[in-house]
Design a protein around this ligand. Sequence first.
Ligand SMILES: Cc1cc2nc3c(=O)[nH]c(=O)nc-3n(C[C@H](O)[C@H](O)[C@H](O)COP(=O)(O)O)c2cc1C
Length: 160
Amino acid sequence: MGKKILVLTGSARKKGNSNRMAHAFAEAAAARGHDVNVIDTATLKLNFCHACETCYKTGKPCSFDDDFNTIADDILAADALVFSSPVYWYSVPSQLKAVVDKMFSFVVGGKTDQFFGKECALICCCEEEDPAILDGVRIPFERTAALNKWTQAAALADKF
Ligand SMILES: Cc1cc2nc3c(=O)[nH]c(=O)nc-3n(C[C@H](O)[C@H](O)[C@H](O)COP(=O)(O)O)c2cc1C
């Protein structure tokens, strides 16, 4: 049976490398019968996590209302989360990081039954040749996956 796959992209360059890889993945997954949704985090109005830990206490995932609240249910409903990101200064771009940080609301807000146990994958690109350049995206992704009991479907790295 097809899975519900949510792809979160992290580059503002619509025809950039990570978006092209994300859409190639999405098309291939949809052709295999999966229900795929791509959310471009660069188009969202996002604030940072205030660590106020009032998540869901005011009736919404984040008390500091922004576009995370419009995608939180999509994240929870997904069987698999795919992150497609460029490397920015050896790390994750701020727009995608803001979404990941705000996923803390699912833990604080008691949504772990839906948030834990998903499948996940990382698609990542950078400019420099050394694959270790991806470490600043790959290692936090792998640790986040382990903490959230996500099963890694694949870790893809590519350079266009
Ligand atoms: C703000 C910024 C920081 C970047 N930092 C790095 C970096 O630390 N290492 C690297 O190899 N490439 C770096 N790059 C290059 C991008 O990772 C690379 O061009 C990537 O393919 C862009 O992905 P996109 O086409 O999906 O936007 C940086 C690019 C930008 C805009």
